[in-house]
Write a protein that binds this ligand. Sequence first.
Ligand code: MN
Length: 248
Amino acid sequence: MIPVLRAEAHWQQIDLLSDLHLGPETPRTLARLARHLAETPAQAVILLGDVFEVWVGDDARFAPCEHSVVQMLRAASSRLGLYFMAGNRDFLVGADMLSDCGMPPPLADPTVLEAFDRRWLLSHGDAQCLGDAAYQQLRKQLRDPVWQQDFLAKPLAERRAFASQARDASRSAQAAMLAHADLDADICRAQLQDAGAHDLIHGHTHRPALHDLGDGLRRHVLSDWDFDTASRGDLLRISAAGLERIAL
Ligand code: MN
């Protein structure tokens, strides 16, 4: 059974966004998110993963950049329904971080959103990239609770060094992955049928698009956000009228 998030009765618009890749090098993207959270007419905002470029454990939330994100999310969550689903970069965001942000525990991947008399399937998108066997193997290791416990027991500096090393070592591999790996259409159709939904909404690939999966099934891909080296970012807004893509 896929877990369900039920829209609250007063929600008239729900924003879905992902892949902000926030960190010390992205002050403008952070500011753009803060502005969006302050200005959106939506009553709920769901973050579909890779909010952070990297997350090595909740004790990192006291660093200057991470702390400013906590403050921003806490301010937003006092006015909005604010939800987080983990991506492949911030899967270690935990209960301490989310509770400091005034947010509920992370959404499972995938989750069914029940809103406006419809079911929408929400996911980050990396788990369905079945064509990349090496990545799926790595994902299995990184999501293993025993590996995570062992990793989180290391000193913060050591975890940071590990993360930046892994990032440098895999930068070209990741570029290749982003260029070629895409979600497997069969698993997307199977998950949609399982969920009793017609629309899958996800990020991860940084290739915003609407894909027709046949049989009335669709796959909506979010853009990543970059307001530091570019001016790029979008969101999908759900309301009683349906789904709308909004460029920022
Ligand atoms: Mn991702």
